[in-house]
Design a binder for this molecule. Structure first.
Ligand code: ATP
Ligand code: MG
Length: 140
């Protein structure tokens, strides 16, 4: 396993690049939970993840759409739970089905419990600096 447990980035491009390296490792069935405060850089990171899965889709925050799908080497389902208010909405998400079709990356992932999921936390260190911590890596 080559992922470092944590790294500090100094620009959005560096965070995207960290995401890209994770995306290159993703396989169908992987679920990655992202945590971090508002504006921490979760969507920026996902932009890189999508590129790493071979997608050239324009990645934006799926604020009014719970899930956006990016076709690539593996399909990437981009989930944002910010506006999800109750557990029935979480059940309706169909996470297992999404993970059956490809990889899944979830913003505000602390709202889910998924066996075997990877967990990364992005922390705002001030100005353009961010700490990306691997709490739990991919299992492969
Ligand atoms: N090192 C960095 N890494 C990531 N983003 C950075 C960095 N430095 C500055 N930024 C800026 O911080 C903002 C991060 O926004 P982004 O939408 O990625 O965060 P988010 O965690 O998804 O927010 P939200 O909680 O609203 O979903 C962007 O405007 C980005 O350009
Ligand atoms: Mg976001």
């Amino acid at each position: 396993m080559t992922t470092s447990p944590s790294e500090t980035t100094s620009s959005p491009a560096e965070t995207e690049h960290a995401g890209q390296r994770l995306g290159e490792r993703l396989q169908s069935g992987d679920v990655v939970l992202l945590t971090g405060e508002l504006g921490a850089g979760k969507t920026t990171f996902v932009r890189g993840v999508a590129r790493g899965t071979g997608s050239d889709a324009a990645v934006a925050s799926p604020t009014f759409q719970l899930v956006r799908l990016y076709p690539g080497r593996v399909q990437l389902a981009h989930v944002d739970l910010y506006r999800v208010e109750n557990s029935s909405e979480l059940r309706d998400l169909g996470l297992e089905e999404l993970a059956g079709q490809g990889a899944v990356v979830v913003e505000w992932g602390e709202r889910l419990e998924v066996d075997g999921a990877a967990h990364l936390e992005i922390e705002h260190l001030g100005a353009d600096r961010r700490l990306i911590r691997t709490i739990r890596d991919l299992s492969h």
